[in-house]
Design a protein around this ligand. Structure first.
Ligand code: SF4
Length: 678
């Protein structure tokens, strides 16, 4: 093709939470190339996924017609036939078992407008708060932890703001692979002279260039944070003025960290105590230090306390409310922040307004014209067992693939086989294969709307090509279903839905499509003349005072079963995204990352007589998988790593039963396993 024959449409990348801006180049209703655009969060950069992995939009495997299950087989149907089956089943379940026997999974993949409608559909039309999405599996602990300590459960500073840091503490984030453009900004900060501390069980690429690298044992983060605070207090490196003027609860934390000497914590973390001292001094001795973390912190049965312990570190050093500092969770998916903001969570409406507050419930009842439930709904991790045990009878999944993303796949399969399952998606995913009805949806390049990136920036997505076959945008499907359930709504465009969102959401009230046409705006943005909030907690933390929360390290219960002596930890790789439904539709990606693997340290490999490329059986109390060995000293001797992207892979082994008590996130990052050569 010739570039001058293409039409460029600016939009937002549909992969990770960096939210890079790009231009889709279209010829004859087909995306033929992608060019980077200059956005606030990417400054003209794109990674390999954003630049090349667009073939999924054009892929012949896209769902083009509704499918219904007849005699055990999925067959093509008309929209009318598919809707009739769904509507009859919804009415039947509601009548026989009540609204709470229905649950909906919304999606971090779809737009804000679509998440808002899924929440409205479940709450105002079905009559239940059983709506959640996969943030439950990634950053539910961030929302729970930071909302309690700081008053806002989101990234405090901007993505490019990290360039102004004097020191960066990266823990539980393989930044250059999972959020590559953020990784590029970390490199720029390094060039500007920033010091780098990395704590991670795997020697990730950034560990090799760190000033201090702590190869911590999976599940030991609280001990590390407490020991760093111990050193900071012992050496007088705390910010006394900030603690006095802006915080509460300091004394309790100071008491708890007394026993976390570097020597004590080093035994728990399995690192050198001198490295803990070096890390604490580097973090606390500069003007602005940024904490960057991701699922190595959050995906634990004590994930919320991991997050609180990082918040303690920032509070004790006054590293909040200024450029180059902050507590910065990196959200995994393109719109996981937006899905949370839109109230695709069982305990809050949009903008984190609680469903248990009578005034808030009354406000939404007036806006939506329906009687609403004030009972907290089921999380994803509660709805799956409830489906298995017969309490949830109908599950409506929009744009999620729990058969790969959720822990303990064998149990997930049993649960999904038991319910009446509706799946709305762009491909026949592993989850859709189990559905009773499948509705074909439009992809990001085929619709208008908004995504919110990890720095809270609300940005536009724009239609560049037509959706294939009879597929439709999710917002249109939900609108049609709501109308057919006698709930009148007449949205003609995503902008109309967005106008409704901002009318009920104070933190979005000042954001309009017109204002975010070019650069987007970071919430909170309460009025149309407000510039947005790129940095939170300036002056004081949002909750008034920053709350120190004293937390103790507790060993993961997974490590008590001696029959499974090795620690499995899971994560992402550069080339694939999430359950790889999109990235595995790109030939080049499959050449560089064709199959699953398990990383095993050379010492363990020798003990088990395993060589690079051998087939290995990995077993946990939940199940067993076969996977190809990659012998490498990136991992420690007793730790193995499996990327979670592949089916019949890592999540067959992970535990879905034991959950974080605050937010119900599972402990994906620590599973007891045994391995043997096949
Ligand atoms: Fe897309 Fe993330 Fe890569 Fe940017 S860094 S191009 S948002 S996958």
């Amino acid at each position: 093709f010739r570039y001058w024959e293409t039409k460029a449409t600016r939009t937002t990348c549909s992969y990770c939470g960096v939210g890079c801006q790009l231009e889709l180049l279209v010829k004859e209703n087909k995306i033929v190339d992608i060019k980077p655009a200059h956005g606030e969060s990417n400054e003209g950069l794109l990674c390999v996924k954003g630049k090349f992995a667009y073939n999924f939009v054009n892929h012949p495997d896209r769902l083009k017609k509704p499918l219904i299950r007849k005699n055990g087989k999925l067959e093509e149907a008309t929209w009318e036939e598919a809707y009739e089956i769904i509507l009859n089943k919804i009415r039947e379940v509601k009548e026989q078992f009540g609204a709470d026997a229905i649950a909906g999974f919304s999606s971090a993949r779809v737009s804000n407008e679509e998440n808002y409608l899924m929440s409205k559909f479940m709450r105002a039309v079905i009559g239940t708060n059983n709506v959640d999405h996969c943030a439950r599996l990634c950053h539910a602990s961030t929302v729970a932890g930071l909302a309690v300590t700081l008053g806002s459960g989101a990234m405090t500073n901007g993505i490019a703001d990290v360039k102004h840091a004097d020191a960066i503490f990266i823990t539980g984030s393989n930044t250059t692979e999972a959020h590559p453009v953020m990784g590029a900004f970390v490199h720029q900060a390094r060039k500007n002279g920033a010091k780098l501390i990395v704590a991670d069980p795997r020697e990730i690429p950034l560990a090799k260039e760190a000033d201090v690298y702590l190869q911590i044992k999976p599940g030991s983060s609280v001990a590390l944070s407490n020991a760093m605070i111990h050193v900071i207090l012992q050496e007088g490196l705390e910010d006394e003025e900030y603690i006095t003027n802006n915080t509460e609860g300091f004394e309790e934390v100071a008491t708890v960290v007394k026993k976390y000497t570097p020597e004590y914590a080093a035994k728990i973390c399995e690192v050198d105590p001198e490295d803990i001292r070096k890390a604490a001094r580097l973090y606390a001795s500069c003007n602005a230090a940024s904490i960057i973390y991701s699922m190595g912190i959050t995906q634990h049965v004590n994930g919320t306390e991991n997050v609180m312990s990082l918040s303690n570190l920032a509070l004790v050093t006054g590293n909040l409310g200024k450029s180059g500092a902050g507590v910065n969770p990196l959200r995994g998916q393109n719109n996981v922040q937006g899905a949370c903001d839109m109230g695709a969570l069982p305990v809050v409406f949009t903008g984190y307004q609680p469903v248990t507050n009578p005034d808030i419930v009354a406000k939404f009842e007036k806006a939506w014209g329906s009687k609403l439930s004030d009972k907290a709904g089921l999380t994803v991790t509660q709805a799956i067992p409830a489906a298995e045990h017969g309490e949830v009878k109908l599950l409506y999944i929009m744009g999620e693939n729990p058969m790969i993303s959720d822990p303990d796949t064998n149990h997930v399969r049993k649960a999904l086989e038991k319910v009446f399952l509706v799946v709305q998606d762009i491909f026949l995913t592993e989850t859709a294969e189990l559905a009773d009805v499948i509705l074909p949806a439009a992809a990001f390049a085929e619709k208008d709307g908004t995504f919110v990136n990890t720095e809270r920036r609300v940005q536009r997505i724009r239609k560049a090509v037509d959706a294939p076959g009879e597929s439709k945008p999710d917002w249109m499907i939900l609108t049609e279903i709501m109308n057919q359930l006698d709930y009148a709504c007449s949205y003609n465009s995503p902008e109309e839905i967005f106008e409704e969102i901002r009318s009920v959401t104070p933190s979005y009230a000042g954001i309009t499509y017109k204002r975010i046409d070019k650069e987007g705006i970071s919430w909170p943005c309460p009025t149309e003349d407000h510039p947005g909030t790129p940095i939170l907690h300036i002056g004081k933390p949002t909750r008034g005072t920053g709350l120190f929360k004293a937390v103790e390290w507790v060993e993961s219960p997974e490590l008590s079963n001696k029959e499974y002596p090795h620690i499995l930890t899971t994560g992402r790789i550069l080339y694939h995204f999430h359950t790889k439904t999109m990235t595995d539709k790109t030939d080049g990606i499959n050449v560089v990352a064709p199959h699953n693997y398990i990383e095993i340290h050379p010492t363990l490999a020798k003990e088990k007589n395993i060589k690079d490329g051998d087939l290995v059986k990995a077993t946990s109390p939940r199940g067993e998988i076969q996977v190809i060995a990659r012998v490498t000293d990136i991992v420690d001797e007793n730790v193995v790593f499996i990327p979670f992207h592949w089916g019949d892979g890592a999540n067959v082994l992970t535990n879905g039963e034991v959950l974080d008590p605050y937010c119900k996130i599972p402990g994906f990052k620590v599973s007891g396993v045994k391995i043997e050569k096949l």
